[in-house]
Design a protein around this ligand. Sequence first.
Ligand SMILES: [Zn+2]
Length: 305
Amino acid sequence: MMTRTHYQGQTTFNRQQLQRFIGGLDPSCPYTQRLASCGTLSAVTHGYVLRCQLPPCPACRSRYAAKQRRATRAMLSGSTNADAGMLTIVLGAAADITEVGAIVAKARWDLRNVVDACRRRDRRWESVSILAHMEMDAVSAEDVPLLGGERAALIGELARGVTPVANPIWIPTLHGVVRFDGIDWQEVQMALQRRWPIERQLHIAKFRDNLTVEMNSDNVTNYSLKHHCINKFGHVNELWPVSWMVEYYGWLAEWTEFLRRTRIKIGMKRYRSSDSSNINRTTNEVGVVDEPMEYSIVLPTLYNW
Ligand SMILES: [Zn+2]
């Protein structure tokens, strides 16, 4: 008889959970102390509050999400609900988390190549812009069928040929906003599906008509950055085991450092005159100048802290 993974029976990664997570970390891990001291007053500089700026920290993640909500709203400036949607791409499956970096890096180039090819054929594509974040799903191989029909079929297809050396299977996914002024959303979806063709691997969900563009935008950004580390089995949500979180966040912390040095941004293809006042450069708190974004893929979640 197969043994199910022991999930934690909780559905939120809160402050209490963070303490358990820290307890699972190797004390010599470079960010263990940084995480534990987040929000406390610095002993060195009077009145200065330490911020860990690490992915598992709920407080720092929430500040990061606020910044990304502003960036996404800026990208959608002047648009209507008909001009934008939520893009989801399930990128692949990996038995070893260290393989995920290559999967996501390739997806970033593929996405750029698809958009560039479309732009060469059709100038309407010059208005297409994307702001997406990587989120990770993880499930043990024996639990894949419990995810339910379509989801289980997709993961099964992506994981074909992946031999789990140890649990779990890692499933990197992109979520974000795509803007496509003047192009039908189905046309955009079909163009992208040529690169990600498996059933339910890529889809665009239209913005909801009963919400403002800003509300829709914020909802997508919040969803993209939720990092709940939860599996949905039918109606039951189960938080990952601590050991998975330790592996995931440890990897993410190292990988984001790497990507910070190699990030790629592509400036706007053209400016709409009515938007030009909104394209002022802004400087974030670490002094990095954010370029105006027409087509910019932010990877992974915490890459530009
Ligand atoms: Zn923090």
